[in-house]
Design a protein around this ligand. Structure first.
Ligand SMILES: Nc1ncnc2c1ncn2[C@@H]1O[C@H](COP(=O)(O)OP(=O)(O)OP(=O)(O)O)[C@@H](O)[C@H]1O
Length: 262
Protein backbone atom coordinates (compact mmCIF):
# COMPACT_ATOMS: atom_id res chain seq x y z
CA UNK A 1 0.00 0.00 0.00
CA UNK A 2 1.24 3.47 -0.91
CA UNK A 3 1.38 6.21 1.71
CA UNK A 4 -1.17 8.62 0.25
CA UNK A 5 -4.46 6.83 -0.28
CA UNK A 6 -5.73 6.90 -3.85
CA UNK A 7 -9.10 8.12 -2.61
CA UNK A 8 -9.81 10.03 0.56
CA UNK A 9 -13.34 10.94 1.53
CA UNK A 10 -13.27 13.20 4.55
CA UNK A 11 -16.53 13.74 6.43
CA UNK A 12 -18.34 14.27 3.13
CA UNK A 13 -22.05 14.58 2.64
CA UNK A 14 -24.94 16.17 0.85
CA UNK A 15 -28.24 17.54 1.95
CA UNK A 16 -31.32 17.69 -0.29
CA UNK A 17 -33.72 20.16 1.30
CA UNK A 18 -34.15 18.82 4.81
CA UNK A 19 -32.80 15.36 4.01
CA UNK A 20 -29.18 14.51 4.76
CA UNK A 21 -28.83 11.76 2.16
CA UNK A 22 -25.19 11.22 3.17
CA UNK A 23 -23.46 12.85 6.13
CA UNK A 24 -20.01 12.73 7.74
CA UNK A 25 -18.91 9.95 5.42
CA UNK A 26 -15.21 9.14 5.57
CA UNK A 27 -13.40 6.51 3.58
CA UNK A 28 -9.86 5.76 2.42
CA UNK A 29 -9.02 3.50 -0.46
CA UNK A 30 -5.47 2.53 -1.35
CA UNK A 31 -4.14 1.73 -4.78
CA UNK A 32 -4.99 -1.82 -5.78
CA UNK A 33 -7.72 -2.46 -3.22
CA UNK A 34 -11.11 -4.00 -3.97
CA UNK A 35 -13.56 -2.45 -1.56
CA UNK A 36 -17.29 -2.95 -1.08
CA UNK A 37 -19.92 -0.36 -0.17
CA UNK A 38 -23.08 -1.89 1.22
CA UNK A 39 -26.18 -0.86 3.11
CA UNK A 40 -29.94 -1.29 3.09
CA UNK A 41 -32.15 0.38 0.47
CA UNK A 42 -31.93 4.16 0.54
CA UNK A 43 -28.78 4.10 2.72
CA UNK A 44 -26.95 6.58 0.47
CA UNK A 45 -24.72 4.29 -1.59
CA UNK A 46 -25.55 5.66 -5.05
CA UNK A 47 -25.54 9.20 -3.65
CA UNK A 48 -21.97 8.54 -2.45
CA UNK A 49 -20.98 7.49 -5.97
CA UNK A 50 -22.60 10.67 -7.27
CA UNK A 51 -20.51 12.68 -4.82
CA UNK A 52 -17.32 10.91 -5.88
CA UNK A 53 -17.96 11.46 -9.57
CA UNK A 54 -18.99 15.12 -9.53
CA UNK A 55 -22.67 14.49 -10.24
CA UNK A 56 -23.41 16.08 -6.87
CA UNK A 57 -21.29 18.73 -5.18
CA UNK A 58 -20.79 17.87 -1.50
CA UNK A 59 -22.43 20.28 0.91
CA UNK A 60 -19.95 19.11 3.55
CA UNK A 61 -16.47 17.58 3.65
CA UNK A 62 -13.78 16.89 1.09
CA UNK A 63 -13.11 14.35 -1.62
CA UNK A 64 -9.49 13.86 -2.69
CA UNK A 65 -8.03 11.72 -5.44
CA UNK A 66 -4.27 11.27 -5.07
CA UNK A 67 -4.42 14.22 -2.71
CA UNK A 68 -6.15 16.43 -5.30
CA UNK A 69 -9.45 18.02 -4.27
CA UNK A 70 -12.38 16.97 -6.44
CA UNK A 71 -15.14 19.06 -4.83
CA UNK A 72 -17.00 21.07 -7.45
CA UNK A 73 -15.35 19.50 -10.50
CA UNK A 74 -17.78 18.46 -13.26
CA UNK A 75 -18.08 14.71 -14.01
CA UNK A 76 -16.00 14.83 -17.21
CA UNK A 77 -13.06 16.35 -15.32
CA UNK A 78 -13.37 13.74 -12.60
CA UNK A 79 -13.25 11.06 -15.31
CA UNK A 80 -10.12 12.63 -16.78
CA UNK A 81 -8.49 12.65 -13.36
CA UNK A 82 -9.12 8.92 -13.09
CA UNK A 83 -12.54 7.90 -11.76
CA UNK A 84 -14.94 5.99 -14.04
CA UNK A 85 -18.19 4.34 -13.12
CA UNK A 86 -21.07 2.18 -14.15
CA UNK A 87 -24.67 2.86 -13.20
CA UNK A 88 -27.29 0.95 -11.24
CA UNK A 89 -29.62 1.33 -14.21
CA UNK A 90 -27.51 0.57 -17.25
CA UNK A 91 -26.76 3.69 -19.28
CA UNK A 92 -25.65 2.72 -22.76
CA UNK A 93 -26.19 4.48 -26.06
CA UNK A 94 -28.86 2.03 -27.14
CA UNK A 95 -28.95 2.96 -30.81
CA UNK A 96 -25.16 2.92 -31.21
CA UNK A 97 -23.20 -0.22 -31.98
CA UNK A 98 -21.44 -2.13 -29.24
CA UNK A 99 -18.10 -0.93 -30.63
CA UNK A 100 -19.18 2.71 -30.75
CA UNK A 101 -20.33 2.54 -27.15
CA UNK A 102 -16.74 1.83 -26.13
CA UNK A 103 -15.28 4.33 -28.60
CA UNK A 104 -17.34 7.05 -26.95
CA UNK A 105 -15.17 6.67 -23.86
CA UNK A 106 -12.09 7.49 -25.95
CA UNK A 107 -13.73 10.42 -27.64
CA UNK A 108 -14.36 12.01 -24.27
CA UNK A 109 -10.65 11.73 -23.49
CA UNK A 110 -9.27 12.18 -27.01
CA UNK A 111 -6.15 14.26 -27.39
CA UNK A 112 -6.73 15.13 -31.05
CA UNK A 113 -8.79 18.28 -31.39
CA UNK A 114 -12.34 18.72 -32.58
CA UNK A 115 -10.98 20.96 -35.36
CA UNK A 116 -8.88 18.10 -36.71
CA UNK A 117 -12.02 15.92 -36.65
CA UNK A 118 -14.11 18.48 -38.51
CA UNK A 119 -11.40 19.14 -41.08
CA UNK A 120 -10.65 15.40 -41.25
CA UNK A 121 -6.93 15.96 -40.86
CA UNK A 122 -4.58 12.94 -40.78
CA UNK A 123 -4.41 13.16 -37.00
CA UNK A 124 -8.17 12.58 -36.95
CA UNK A 125 -7.88 9.32 -38.89
CA UNK A 126 -4.92 7.97 -36.92
CA UNK A 127 -6.77 8.89 -33.72
CA UNK A 128 -9.92 7.11 -34.91
CA UNK A 129 -8.02 4.00 -35.93
CA UNK A 130 -6.22 3.78 -32.62
CA UNK A 131 -9.48 4.24 -30.72
CA UNK A 132 -11.12 1.50 -32.73
CA UNK A 133 -8.25 -0.93 -32.13
CA UNK A 134 -8.17 -0.23 -28.42
CA UNK A 135 -11.96 -0.49 -28.16
CA UNK A 136 -11.85 -3.87 -29.86
CA UNK A 137 -9.28 -5.07 -27.36
CA UNK A 138 -11.63 -4.20 -24.52
CA UNK A 139 -14.51 -5.94 -26.26
CA UNK A 140 -12.36 -9.06 -26.56
CA UNK A 141 -11.60 -9.09 -22.85
CA UNK A 142 -15.33 -8.95 -22.18
CA UNK A 143 -16.05 -11.48 -24.94
CA UNK A 144 -18.21 -8.95 -26.73
CA UNK A 145 -16.11 -8.58 -29.89
CA UNK A 146 -18.38 -10.87 -31.87
CA UNK A 147 -21.25 -8.43 -31.21
CA UNK A 148 -19.28 -5.32 -32.16
CA UNK A 149 -21.66 -4.20 -34.92
CA UNK A 150 -24.84 -5.05 -33.02
CA UNK A 151 -26.86 -2.21 -31.52
CA UNK A 152 -26.28 -2.07 -27.77
CA UNK A 153 -30.01 -2.40 -27.08
CA UNK A 154 -30.05 -5.83 -28.77
CA UNK A 155 -27.57 -7.38 -26.35
CA UNK A 156 -28.95 -9.60 -23.60
CA UNK A 157 -29.10 -7.87 -20.22
CA UNK A 158 -26.01 -9.51 -18.70
CA UNK A 159 -23.91 -8.53 -21.71
CA UNK A 160 -25.16 -4.96 -21.57
CA UNK A 161 -23.81 -4.83 -18.02
CA UNK A 162 -20.47 -6.15 -19.23
CA UNK A 163 -20.40 -3.60 -22.03
CA UNK A 164 -20.94 -0.82 -19.54
CA UNK A 165 -17.93 -2.02 -17.56
CA UNK A 166 -15.87 -2.28 -20.76
CA UNK A 167 -16.73 1.33 -21.57
CA UNK A 168 -15.83 2.52 -18.06
CA UNK A 169 -12.53 0.68 -18.32
CA UNK A 170 -11.74 2.19 -21.70
CA UNK A 171 -11.55 5.61 -20.05
CA UNK A 172 -8.39 4.32 -18.31
CA UNK A 173 -9.49 4.85 -14.71
CA UNK A 174 -7.32 4.60 -11.64
CA UNK A 175 -10.46 3.99 -9.62
CA UNK A 176 -13.42 2.08 -11.05
CA UNK A 177 -16.79 2.45 -9.35
CA UNK A 178 -19.29 -0.32 -10.03
CA UNK A 179 -22.88 0.28 -8.96
CA UNK A 180 -24.51 -3.12 -8.49
CA UNK A 181 -22.68 -4.78 -11.36
CA UNK A 182 -24.43 -8.11 -10.84
CA UNK A 183 -27.97 -6.72 -10.54
CA UNK A 184 -30.40 -8.77 -12.59
CA UNK A 185 -27.83 -11.41 -13.48
CA UNK A 186 -28.38 -15.12 -13.01
CA UNK A 187 -26.00 -17.06 -10.72
CA UNK A 188 -23.79 -18.23 -13.60
CA UNK A 189 -23.52 -14.71 -15.05
CA UNK A 190 -22.76 -13.36 -11.58
CA UNK A 191 -20.04 -15.94 -11.06
CA UNK A 192 -18.48 -15.15 -14.45
CA UNK A 193 -18.66 -11.44 -13.74
CA UNK A 194 -16.84 -11.82 -10.47
CA UNK A 195 -14.05 -13.72 -12.20
CA UNK A 196 -13.91 -10.97 -14.78
CA UNK A 197 -13.69 -8.26 -12.15
CA UNK A 198 -10.81 -10.10 -10.48
CA UNK A 199 -9.12 -10.44 -13.88
CA UNK A 200 -9.41 -6.79 -14.96
CA UNK A 201 -8.27 -5.66 -11.56
CA UNK A 202 -5.06 -7.60 -11.96
CA UNK A 203 -4.60 -6.89 -15.65
CA UNK A 204 -5.06 -3.12 -15.35
CA UNK A 205 -3.67 -2.68 -11.86
CA UNK A 206 -7.05 -1.24 -10.90
CA UNK A 207 -8.57 -0.06 -7.70
CA UNK A 208 -12.26 -0.92 -7.44
CA UNK A 209 -15.10 0.24 -5.23
CA UNK A 210 -18.33 -1.65 -5.71
CA UNK A 211 -21.87 -1.39 -4.47
CA UNK A 212 -23.60 -4.73 -4.40
CA UNK A 213 -26.73 -6.14 -2.83
CA UNK A 214 -25.62 -9.73 -3.14
CA UNK A 215 -24.01 -10.05 0.25
CA UNK A 216 -22.27 -13.34 -0.39
CA UNK A 217 -20.71 -11.89 -3.48
CA UNK A 218 -19.43 -8.80 -1.63
CA UNK A 219 -18.12 -10.92 1.21
CA UNK A 220 -16.49 -13.26 -1.29
CA UNK A 221 -14.45 -10.78 -3.29
CA UNK A 222 -13.94 -7.60 -1.27
CA UNK A 223 -11.02 -7.20 1.11
CA UNK A 224 -12.67 -4.40 3.03
CA UNK A 225 -16.24 -3.24 3.32
CA UNK A 226 -17.89 0.03 4.31
CA UNK A 227 -21.48 -0.03 5.52
CA UNK A 228 -23.87 2.89 5.23
CA UNK A 229 -27.25 3.19 6.90
CA UNK A 230 -29.49 6.26 6.75
CA UNK A 231 -26.65 8.21 5.15
CA UNK A 232 -24.16 7.45 7.93
CA UNK A 233 -21.19 5.13 8.04
CA UNK A 234 -22.09 2.51 10.64
CA UNK A 235 -19.22 0.06 10.15
CA UNK A 236 -16.05 -0.65 8.20
CA UNK A 237 -13.78 -3.63 8.22
CA UNK A 238 -12.96 -7.01 6.77
CA UNK A 239 -15.83 -9.25 5.59
CA UNK A 240 -15.46 -11.23 8.82
CA UNK A 241 -15.74 -8.10 10.96
CA UNK A 242 -18.73 -6.85 8.99
CA UNK A 243 -20.52 -10.20 9.11
CA UNK A 244 -20.50 -10.14 12.90
CA UNK A 245 -20.96 -6.41 13.47
CA UNK A 246 -24.02 -5.77 15.68
CA UNK A 247 -24.89 -2.48 13.94
CA UNK A 248 -24.79 -4.16 10.53
CA UNK A 249 -26.95 -7.04 11.68
CA UNK A 250 -29.41 -4.54 13.14
CA UNK A 251 -29.45 -2.39 9.98
CA UNK A 252 -30.27 -5.40 7.85
CA UNK A 253 -33.02 -6.74 10.11
CA UNK A 254 -36.15 -6.99 8.03
CA UNK A 255 -34.21 -6.90 4.77
CA UNK A 256 -34.32 -9.98 2.66
CA UNK A 257 -30.65 -10.87 2.69
CA UNK A 258 -28.92 -14.04 3.68
CA UNK A 259 -25.33 -14.09 4.75
CA UNK A 260 -23.59 -17.43 4.56
CA UNK A 261 -21.59 -18.15 7.66
CA UNK A 262 -19.88 -21.04 5.96
N1 LIG B 1 -31.45 14.12 -6.09
C1 LIG B 1 -32.04 13.80 -4.94
N2 LIG B 1 -32.97 14.60 -4.38
C2 LIG B 1 -33.57 14.27 -3.20
N3 LIG B 1 -33.31 13.14 -2.53
C3 LIG B 1 -32.39 12.30 -3.03
C4 LIG B 1 -31.71 12.56 -4.26
N4 LIG B 1 -30.86 11.53 -4.52
C5 LIG B 1 -31.01 10.67 -3.51
N5 LIG B 1 -31.92 11.12 -2.62
C6 LIG B 1 -32.35 10.45 -1.38
O1 LIG B 1 -31.17 10.09 -0.67
C7 LIG B 1 -31.34 8.86 0.01
C8 LIG B 1 -30.26 7.89 -0.40
O2 LIG B 1 -30.52 7.40 -1.74
P1 LIG B 1 -29.52 6.46 -2.53
O3 LIG B 1 -30.12 6.26 -3.87
O4 LIG B 1 -28.16 7.01 -2.46
O5 LIG B 1 -29.58 5.13 -1.69
P2 LIG B 1 -28.96 3.72 -2.04
O6 LIG B 1 -28.24 3.28 -0.81
O7 LIG B 1 -28.19 3.79 -3.29
O8 LIG B 1 -30.29 2.85 -2.21
P3 LIG B 1 -30.64 1.59 -3.16
O9 LIG B 1 -29.94 0.42 -2.56
O10 LIG B 1 -32.12 1.49 -3.00
O11 LIG B 1 -30.19 1.93 -4.53
C9 LIG B 1 -32.74 8.37 -0.32
O12 LIG B 1 -33.61 8.77 0.75
C10 LIG B 1 -33.07 9.13 -1.59
O13 LIG B 1 -34.45 9.31 -1.73
Amino acid sequence: MGKTPLLQVQAAGIQFGGLKAVSGFSMEIHQGELVGLIGPNGAGKTTSFNLLTGVYVPTEGEILLEGKRLNGLPPYKVTRLGISRTFQNIRLFNELSVLDNVKVAYHSLAKHSIISSILRLPSHFSGEKEMEEKSLEFLKIFQLDKFKDEKAKNLPYGQQRRLEIARALAAGPKLLLLDEPAAGMNPQETHDLMELIAFIRKQFNLTILLIEHDMNLVMGICERIYVLDHGQLIAKGTPEEIRNHPKVIEAYLGEEVTIDHA
